[in-house]
Ligand binder design. Structure first.
Ligand SMILES: Nc1ncnc2c1ncn2[C@@H]1O[C@H](COP(=O)(O)OP(=O)(O)OP(=O)(O)O)[C@@H](O)[C@H]1O
Length: 229
């Protein structure tokens, strides 16, 4: 299997001295192309820090992170921003949609930021794929939580990024809507070969995952290939 993301001996410490928090400790992990990985573990075990470091949003205190062979832990901010825009999509629990823009304009944002052609038809196709045809003109405030999360997924996938990071994407959704959202992330793996990484407390994610990484106290404690544990 091809590892698209490689973390080697990654540590992330917040603060210094006796009060320092060791959020990640010498963590080694491989994330494989064309798969959905769930990252689980108790509160405070380092899941969000793992995601931030793997996505280049935060820098490890030591160790290296490579995306498609490129050392991202050593990159400057400008280069990192370019790389993130080109290769990474994000989905957060709180959706992070811009409230004054319509669903369609939100989905178009990554293309705009990338200096690409405005392509409303493509945004509408993405919205149709996530079951929101007919709601392209709605503002986030006019949509339900599940619908907002679908817009966020359409926005994350419009550039077909190699890696999609999702932080508690089902956290505020009911069971049925959560299952639909996970199915959409799964479809990104199956349709164009995305690597999807879902940080979650939700045990239902395991059913949709090819692999489960479990963290405890900043360390990887199990790495299960194939679903349930
Ligand atoms: N910016 C920060 N400054 C100081 N400590 C931090 C910071 N971010 C995280 N931490 C600490 O690092 C540890 C790991 O936090 P992290 O958010 O990665 O855990 P988590 O597994 O995602 O938790 P949860 O499931 O509750 O979201 C915790 O002890 C947390 O308090």
């Amino acid at each position: 299997m091809e590892a698209i993301l490689e973390l080697d001996r990654v540590s992330r410490t917040y603060g210094r001295g006796p009060g320092a928090v060791h959020a990640l400790r010498d963590l080694d992990a491989r994330l494989y192309a064309r798969s959905l990985t769930a990252v689980m573990g108790p509160s405070g075990s380092g899941k969000s820090t793992f995601l931030q470091c793997a996505a280049g949003l935060d820098k490890p205190t030591s160790g290296s992170v490579r995306l498609a062979g490129q050392e991202i832990s050593a990159m400057g901010e400008r280069q990192l921003t370019r790389l993130r825009r080109a290769r990474i999509g994000f989905v957060f629990q709180s959706f992070n949609l811009l409230p004054t823009l319509s669903a369609e304009e939100n989905v178009l944002l990554p293309l705009r930021l990338d200096g690409k052609r405005r392509d409303p038809a493509r945004a509408r196709r993405m919205l149709a794929r996530v079951g929101l045809d007919g709601r392209a003109d709605a503002k986030p405030g006019e949509l339900s939580g599940g619908q907002q999360q679908r817009v966020a997924i359409a926005r994350a996938l419009i550039t077909e990024p190699d890696v999609v990071f999702a932080d508690e994407p089902t956290g505020s959704l009911d069971t049925r809507t959560a299952a639909e959202v996970l199915a959409l992330l799964r479809e990104a793996v199956n349709s164009y070969g995305a690597t999807v990484v879902v940080v979650t407390h939700d045990p239902a994610v395991v059913e949709h995952a090819d692999r489960v990484l479990r963290l405890a106290e900043g360390r990887l404690v199990t790495d299960t290939v194939g679903a349930p544990v």
